[in-house]
Design a protein around this ligand. Structure first.
Ligand SMILES: [Zn+2]
Ligand SMILES: [Zn+2]
Length: 234
């Protein structure tokens, strides 16, 4: 595939040969997730055997309305830096390689009958930020996998307050019932699987609200894929 971004390392700006986005040293420094992971959120798990279905403490404690999930990176170090650069610095050249990393992480859970949809931003926030980074990732993942993509499957009905620093219960309460599948879109996912795309998973509250909305609209199941998972330090 032809590269649409200049062949420079996304992290340090060095020239790179590969189209995978990072130079050798930055690649080794980036916390890509591999090995045994939580089957619901993709967080890396110590021990266990590859192929065995395991869940992290968070996903055992909180009921997840989605079926399976994966993350490409741990939200730390270079992983965190790349997410923030995409979100706040308009570094759109990160989208394509990040989508490729996400598809690779999601391989074991990809359902060929899914519709891909991004977690929505409220339009007032969309105006401030000018783009929805999750929508850019979702579109690139659709291209990468050939799966259909519905950029406006989900809608935020009212603006949610900034959630940073809130407790888990407050975050879940603030989001419940604020995200809906408009009736004009419900037909697209009735009796089909949905693959939700977001840049970061912290508590999982936003993804849970989106998954609930998809299931309420008739989706058979929902899987989630994020660029980075906020993981507890071991
Ligand atoms: Zn580099
Ligand atoms: Zn988990």
């Amino acid at each position: 595939m032809h590269m649409i971004y200049p062949p420079r390392c996304l992290n340090c700006g060095e020239m790179v040969e590969s189209d995978f986005g990072l130079c050798g040293p930055c690649w080794r420094d980036t916390p890509f997730i591999g090995g045994v992971v939580c089957d619901l959120c993709g967080t890396p798990l110590p021990g266990g055997e590859i192929g065995e279905i395991a869940h992290c403490d968070d996903c055992l404690a909180i009921a997840r309305p989605w079926t399976r999930g994966r993350a490409a990176l741990v939200y730390d170090g270079t992983g965190r830096r790349l997410v923030l650069a995409l979100k706040h610095d308009d570094r759109h050249e990160i989208v394509q390689p990040a989508a490729r990393w996400m598809v690779q992480a999601a391989r074991p859970i990809l359902d060929p009958d899914s519709v891909i949809a991004p977690v929505p931003l409220h339009w007032t926030r969309l105006l401030q930020r000018r783009f929805n980074q999750s929508a850019l990732l979702a579109r690139a993942i659709s291209r990468e996998t050939g799966l259909p993509h519905c950029p406006d499957l989900l809608r935020r009905m009212k603006r949610t307050e900034v959630l940073d620093g809130k407790g888990r219960d407050q975050r879940f309460a603030a989001l419940s019932a604020t995200i809906k599948v408009p009736w004009t879109r419900a037909e697209l996912i009735r009796n089909r699987a949905v693959l939700l795309v977001d840049d970061v998973m912290t508590s999982g509250a936003t993804l849970a609200a989106c998954a609930d909305a998809c299931l309420a609209a008739g989706a058979t199941q929902v899987c989630v894929i994020v660029m980075a998972r906020v993981a507890k330090r071991p």
